[in-house]
Write a protein that binds this ligand. Sequence first.
Ligand code: SAM
Length: 315
Amino acid sequence: MQTETLLSGLKAAGEATRLRLLALCAQSELTVTELVHILGQSQPRVSRHLKLLCDAGLLDRFPEGTWAFYRLAERGGCEELSRALAELISPDDPALARDLARLDEVKRARQERAAEYFRANAGQWNQIRSLYVPETDVEAALLRVFAGRTIGELVDIGTGTGRMLELFADRIGRGVGVDTSREMLAVARARLQDKNLGNAQVRHADMYNLPLASASADAVTVHQVLHFVAEPAGAIREAARILAPGGRLAVVDFAPHTLEALRDEHAHRRLGFTHEEVAGWCRDAGLIPAAPVDLAGEPLTVTIWAADAPKGTVQ
Ligand SMILES: C[S@@+](CC[C@H](N)C(=O)[O-])C[C@H]1O[C@@H](n2cnc3c(N)ncnc32)[C@H](O)[C@@H]1O
């Protein structure tokens, strides 16, 4: 680390509230409102401290609509310093112990909200799930599609409750789920936290315009998302953009079907896709499609389309 960066990082962290903020953000990603509740200080004051920590590269800020989440920086040169500082504070420190107890309250409240949302929607999801092969079969087949691959970075597009991140968590370096639904993201966050999946996170983002670098992901999953969206080809183009050379995209969706009710009752836009349709979008996006896998169910068949970014070429 350069002396200048180290000094500015230490200066930014050298204040009691800011050290507490670092320790808290090391535990969980948190909003300003949550941090205000935990610290018992005014919002402008907490926001000012957060800004100083972000400016020094010790914290990352992820805006999500009118909210913003803060967590320890992951890159940029100060990530080791912020982690080290947060770890140096003894858990027996009375101020930190109080903060952690309040953090627990915040987490519990989050989980209750998420569980409530789940309860309200579970009926709908179960109804659709009963129309095709057990989800465990789909997940096992999807894991096989990625068998033998080293996955540093996985991106799950339209992550919903974050199930794909959970499924792959012990096989990947890091997982990022993106979704446009704040409610879904709240459920996903609570679940990832509940299961202690520290290598996975979710972000509010649109699948057509991902806030992710080109050629950065080893694996991209799009699980039961495309039948809802207006422009599946655009979504695949954007997924191909972020795939690293040799990386693999897997799209999981329904084969063509005639259940119009899914449109009326569950907001489906497309009644499934043919093998060729999805493979064609993949080819147009510069990917090399593999043979699709069908999981025949009654009345819906689930298909897994895999496609690879050419090795040695940046999409
Ligand atoms: C049926 S859910 C599937 C969730 C998850 N992939 C799963 O299988 O459990 C479809 C998800 O796609 C998300 N979605 C729809 N349009 C999107 C867009 N333009 N960008 C990102 N996510 C989107 C929805 O909010 C929803 O969470």
